[in-house]
Design a protein around this ligand. Structure first.
Ligand code: RET
Length: 354
């Protein structure tokens, strides 16, 4: 028996035509698995400086504008009063997360990992809902497991397969406030690695098996294939490159596919359209103005975060310091993406699927 979630119907609404970025995202990840797998087999190590540069370009230049665009798309045709509440809740969530990180940096780091996993997991499931359908996911717990497996690939798999790099950069991240906050964790790394490996492996196997038992079919095959591809990608590709390219080349590309697939469905009230206009050029100009305003607002938030942390670059060099700062900053900015944009927005949600 299937349980309704909101007004969602857990099936494709796209009438069979799915945006090409869905296929491209799969091809990109598979190519990276093969490429980095071959490098590893040949004993070639990718310099850490190059990895950090790839991470920063992927996460700042490519991922950030897409995050802003998702909010624009969500708010575009909503009532002004709703937009006002949304922005207020957004800023409150950011302030709360900063407070937590300042008071308890290890808990703040844990929340940052949860935010990255929730964005990848819940956002990824919505793409599946809209494009391929999710008939094989019959119950709420089964859907939660599906989201946890997709999201868990992003942070749990790297903990198990790139443990030392993960720990080193985690230490830098808490170092924005307290360089010693993770000192006690170092001696337990082997145990943590084993627990994560066993736990994640069991969750992945249970997810694939349950989907088969609960109906199988094409949606199960796609879901199982993508879940295994994500796990392989984060196991094989070095963690900074993997996370830095996952968000633009998988997350963002696939949300474009979701948007394109549900475009035909009613998405709000044209009366309030932020980008409305009498001509195509008037609409383009308004969209441009909104993008510039959004960029300046984001810059102001990032500047405030830089000012709020006692050691914004973790007392480290430019590249590692920037990776640590940006990872904390983007997680703080992305918390409301999940909480305000999806969980509190009962009417529609940022990963809208009718
Ligand atoms: C802990 C840790 C990392 C954490 C990254 C995070 C937490 C990224 C969050 C991204 C988000 C939320 C993007 C949203 O669009 C790194 C830098 C990969 C390196 C390894 C250790």
């Amino acid at each position: 028996m299937s349980l309704p979630v909101r007004k969602r119907v857990w099936r494709s609404v796209g009438g069979g035509s799915v945006h090409p970025s869905l296929g491209l995202s799969r091809a990109a990840l598979a190519a990276l698995v093969v490429g980095f797998g071959a490098l590893a087999l040949a004993g070639v190590a990718v310099p850490i400086e190059a990895q950090m540069a790839i991470y920063l370009v992927g996460m700042i230049a490519l991922n950030l504008p897409h995050g802003g665009y998702e909010h624009f798309e969500n708010l575009r045709r909503r009532r002004p009063s709703f937009r006002g509440r949304y922005v207020a809740a957004y800023l409150a969530a950011i302030a709360g997360f900063v407070g937590l990180f300042l008071l308890a940096p290890a808990a703040g780091l844990a929340l940052a990992l949860v935010v990255a996993m929730a964005k990848g997991g819940i956002g990824g499931l919505s793409v599946l809902d809209a494009t391929v359908g999710t008939e094989h996911l019959r119950t709420r717990p089964q859907r939660a497991l599906a989201a946890a497996v997709r999201g868990g690939a992003v942070m749990l798999v790297p903990i198990a397969f790139h443990t030392d790099t993960f720990y080193a950069f985690s230490t830098l991240m808490v170092g924005l406030v307290d360089a010693g906050a993770l000192a006690g964790v170092g001696e337990h790394l082997d145990a943590i690695r084993t627990a994560v490996l066993v736990g994640y492996g069991a969750a992945l196997a249970a997810h694939v098996a349950l989907g088969y038992v609960r109906g199988g079919g094409r949606s199960w095959l796609v879901d199982a294939g993508e879940s295994v591809l994500l796990a392989a990608y984060f196991a094989v590709v070095p963690v900074l490159v993997a996370v830095g390219l996952y968000f633009p080349f998988w997350y963002s590309a696939r949300q474009v596919a979701r948007t394109a697939t549900v475009e035909a469905a009613p998405v709000g009230d044209d009366e309030w359209d932020l980008a409305g206009g009498d001509s195509a050029s008037a609409t383009a100009l308004r969209a441009w103005e909104l993008m510039v305003a959004g960029a300046l607002a984001t810059f102001a938030v990032v500047a405030a975060l830089y000012w709020a942390f006692p050691n914004p670059f973790a007392s480290s060099g430019l590249l590692p310091g920037a990776v640590a700062f940006w990872s904390v900053a983007i997680s703080i900015i992305a918390l409301p993406h999940v909480v305000v944009g999806e969980l509190l927005d009962r009417e529609r949600g940022i990963w809208y699927v009718p």
